[in-house]
Design a protein around this ligand. Structure first.
Ligand code: PLP
Length: 284
């Protein structure tokens, strides 16, 4: 049986329900959700779920799209419209839809979707047998080599930084730079060595990074692939970032302090020119 789902103020058969391709839940994982069990058409632990929903929304600065009483009414309606004797109600709220940008504006209209899953939650054979589990390293947010859409943290810190007048952020772990919000970070030391963090799961393996490194290695520039500290950034002759959209972009201020003479340096300028020339010549 086709479900009736709730999408941005409308009840629709599931096959007719649509959300924007530009929804930030889809593009940046900029969304929160709750799941509430239903038994005998009644909501289980509802106050706890709505309280956490509010905490999650508040933490992300997403305004509640509906009032408390409207939310309860939506839950009751979705049970009725889907004849949900027993099962689950999923509720997801995202910051809304806008042109793709890590920076988000205040006052966006949040998106809300709700759907049900029929399931006899009072019957579970595993209650009799118990589960078998394996331990794995806690890797949530730690697999940055995968180009996932899990961009919420980067989007939030970049938006905060923009409010404080900065263009981007450098992410620091154990005193060492991992990346910028959506690009790889490189420094040129006062001795003229290009230092860039070695590949690992601490950073995205940038395609532009790889091309720029191979161009640098083909020139007389010495390249070192190793982690570097915030202090090394501050005392570098040049700092720059690389990405598919900005190519080679100089960084001239970090934490309010000038890098070198506070102007884009010769190495990053040269790498930008070489990169554009070389990649255009090899474009397909
Ligand atoms: N690091 C992060 C976190 C990114 O999101 C990106 C690009 O989006 C990069 C690095 C640079 O990768 P690429 O040069 O492939 O664009």
């Amino acid at each position: 049986m086709s479900r009736i789902v709730f999408v941005n103020g409308e009840w629709k058969p599931e096959a007719e329900a649509t959300i924007s391709v530009f929804d930030r839940g889809l593009l940046f994982a900029d969304a929160i959700y709750e799941v509430t069990a239903v038994i005998n058409r009644k909501l289980i632990d509802y106050p706890g779920h709505t309280a956490r929903l509010k905490r999650s929304l508040e933490a992300l600065g997403i305004p509640a799209p509906v009032s408390d009483s409207e939310l309860l009414d939506l839950h009751r309606q979705i049970i009725e419209r889907n004849d949900l004797e027993s099962g689950l109600i999923y509720l997801q709220i995202s910051r809304g839809a806008a042109d793709r940008d890590f920076l988000f504006a205040d006052g966006m209209k949040p998106s809300i979707i709700m759907f049900t899953q029929k399931k006899n939650v009072l019957e579970n054979t595993k209650w009799e047998t118990g589960l078998s589990v394996v331990t794995v390293p806690e890797g949530r947010w730690a697999n940055r080599q995968i180009k996932t859409v899990q961009l919420l943290y980067s989007s939030m810190v970049k938006t905060e930084a923009a409010k404080a007048g900065a263009d981007d952020v450098f992410l620091v772990e154990d005193g060492l730079i991992t990346e910028a919000s959506s690009s790889n970070v490189h420094i040129v030391t006062k001795d003229g060595v290009l230092v860039t963090r070695h590949l690992s799961n601490a950073l995205l393996h940038g395609i532009t990074r790889a091309s720029v490194l191979s161009l640098a290695q083909g020139s007389d520039l010495k390249v070192e692939e190793r982690a570097f500290s915030v202090d090394e950034v501050l005392s570098a002759a040049e700092v720059f970032i690389t990405s598919a959209s900005a190519f080679v972009m100089p960084v001239v201020r970090v934490d309010g302090r000038s890098i070198g003479d506070g102007k884009p340096g010769p190495v990053s300028r040269k790498l930008l020119q070489t990169y554009i020339q070389d990649r255009l010549a090899n474009a397909i």
